[in-house]
Write a protein that binds this ligand. Structure first.
Ligand code: DPM
Length: 360
């Protein structure tokens, strides 16, 4: 990692010089849309900055036929983009927060977490099933999802249904659903569907009693070089404090459990006044075993902003503009909840789930 920064500047026709900032993105349509939306926000906030978007494909985009949980690479979608960040080829990378591991490689940090979209999962029906719900679909209908988290919860809740893997980006999945007869419905994050403009395909939003969401689901994260103070400061205005607190507690929960995207872990968080509530659960693959608990903490906004950037990194997130005591309380909440579940045997459930999934 370089200790100093190389800035590019662009001489415009009018003689004005503006800094060029490059944003790296995956090539999928969702990644492009997400990057464009953050670029739009930055252009509004910093009209003098010249933003360029650089698209690249990642391992996760290339391996389309294997379930995510089986590829076993934690930084599936992020590695190539981080390489480009490290080489100063790009300055900013936008990700779905839920795709970012809870420990980032050294040298990188999440400089902004934007306001969360609807974090829940949604049911998208095959057109022939219009009007039905997971409750009313015929017995043994096949539901497409390769998320262990979704399958575990839904198998338990809807034992009459069957669950099968479906991979590919959102466009591919919708195509597989509509153009074949393999799946009666698929489950996707409502946030991704909304960003793609496919909200009208959502037939049912799954509440926490049916299916709790993934850590960080629905929130966008801006990843930058940890040493790049200028860029960090620039993107920090995008932070949405409530979302930051929720996501830090969720990520601390997952990290303490030593979970990744290959274990069935789910959460639900809420901020009410100065209280942060976190519900977290771990499941066996078939959902039969489940440990679930809720804890809360006060997240007082005290305006005591951290002086040193070093002490203000929480589960990979740098949020100097958010009260440091609130960030600490959120992180502790996640760890405390994880420890409570670990004391009840969460480790065994997760180890067994991981082994069975690896053996499939
Ligand atoms: C992760 C999971 C999935 C993605 C696992 C999970 C879904 C995988 C699948 C960690 N990343 O959720 O239990 O269904 O096979 C992903 C999506 C989004 C970000 C698509 C989706 C968009 C929504 C968002 C894939 N990553 O989950 O429908 O911004 O949260």
């Amino acid at each position: 990692m370089q200790g100093h920064l190389i800035f590019s500047f662009l001489q415009e026709g009018n003689g004005k010089v503006s800094r060029v900032i490059r944003m790296g993105t995956r090539k999928s349509q969702l990644a492009r849309i997400q990057t464009d939306s953050v670029a739009g926000r930055l252009r509004e906030l910093y009209p003098d900055v010249h933003l360029e978007i650089v698209a690249m494909s990642t391992i996760g985009d290339k391996i389309l036929d294997t379930a995510l949980s089986k590829i076993g690479e934690k930084s599936l979608f992020t590695k190539e983009l981080e390489n480009a960040l490290e080489r100063n080829e790009v300055d900013i990378v936008v990700h779905s927060l839920k795709d970012l591991p809870t420990s980032l490689p050294p040298g990188f940090t999440i400089g902004a977490i934007l306001q969360r979209e609807n974090p829940h999962d949604a049911v998208v029906l095959h057109p022939k099933n219009a009007g039905l719900t997971l409750d009313s679909l015929p017995e043994r209908s096949v539901i497409g999802t390769s998320s262990l988290r979704r399958a575990a919860q839904l198998k338990k809740r809807f034992p009459q249904l069957e669950f099968e893997n479906i991979r590919g980006n959102l466009n591919t999945r919708l195509k597989k659903l509509d153009e074949k007869d393999d799946y009666a419905a698929i489950i996707l994050a409502a946030a991704g569907l909304k960003r793609m403009g496919w909200e009208s395909r959502i037939s049912q939003i799954l509440g926490p009693e049916d299916c709790m969401y993934a850590v960080g689901q629905g929130a966008l994260a801006v990843e930058v070089r940890a040493q790049d103070k200028d860029i960090l400061e620039m993107v920090s205005v995008l932070h949405h404090p409530d979302t930051v607190l929720q996501c830090i507690s969720e990520r601390a929960f997952l990290r303490q459990l030593e979970g990744g995207c290959s274990v069935p872990v789910a959460v639900h968080t809420e901020v009410k006044g100065s209280m942060l509530y976190l519900t977290g659960a771990v499941y066996s693959l078939d959902g039969a075993d489940c440990l679930k608990d809720t804890m809360q903490t006060v997240v007082e906004i005290d305006n005591k902003v951290s002086e040193s950037a070093q002490e203000c990194v929480h589960v990979g997130v740098t949020a100097n503009s958010v009260s440091s005591s609130a960030l600490e309380a959120a992180e502790k909440l996640g760890m405390d909840l994880a420890n409570a579940l670990l004391n009840k045997g969460a480790k065994d459930i997760l180890t067994t789930a991981r082994k069975l999934n690896d053996a499939r």
